[in-house]
Ligand binder design. Structure first.
Ligand SMILES: [Zn+2]
Length: 137
């Protein structure tokens, strides 16, 4: 594999993990309890990063490279067709996951890895509170 790409993959992965940890800590500090790496119901090998199964909320923290963030997407210079196809399939997969979740009455909420954890925590909180309201809790 192209060294620039493997570097970027490593960076994306660790950045995503530290973001995930920061978001989880933020939610926990606010007394919000969640599940992590929760399977998408009825879909094999797909899971959300953070989930509220009772409220049917699935949260995804999408890496900018893998999920083609509009700001940070960068097109690899080698194996162009291979990467274009791979990244396109990732985006398609995300959309089909969202559609599937919505068809089951779940709300799919996505964030980019470049967003600030506080901003993500705030948005998750408001979705959780809105859903709790609907559920009369
Ligand atoms: Zn980005």
């Amino acid at each position: 594999m192209n060294p620039a790409i493997s570097r970027r993959m490593r960076k994306t992965r660790s950045k995503n993990n530290s973001l995930e940890v920061a978001v989880r800590k933020g939610l926990y500090a606010l007394g919000i309890r969640y599940r992590i790496h929760y399977p998408v119901p009825g879909m094999l090998r797909r899971s959300s990063d953070i989930a509220f199964p009772q409220l049917r909320i699935a949260v995804f923290l999408d890496g900018c490279f893998w999920h083609s963030c509009p700001i940070h997407r960068s097109d690899p210079k080698t194996n162009v067709a291979f990467w274009a196809e791979k990244l396109r399939r990732n985006v398609e997969r995300d959309r089909s996951t969202d559609d599937h979740l919505r068809s089951l009455g779940w709300e799919a909420v996505r964030f980019w890895a470049h967003q600030a954890p506080e901003e993500i925590v705030r948005d998750i909180c408001s979705v959780v509170h809105a859903k709790r309201g609907e559920h009369g809790k």
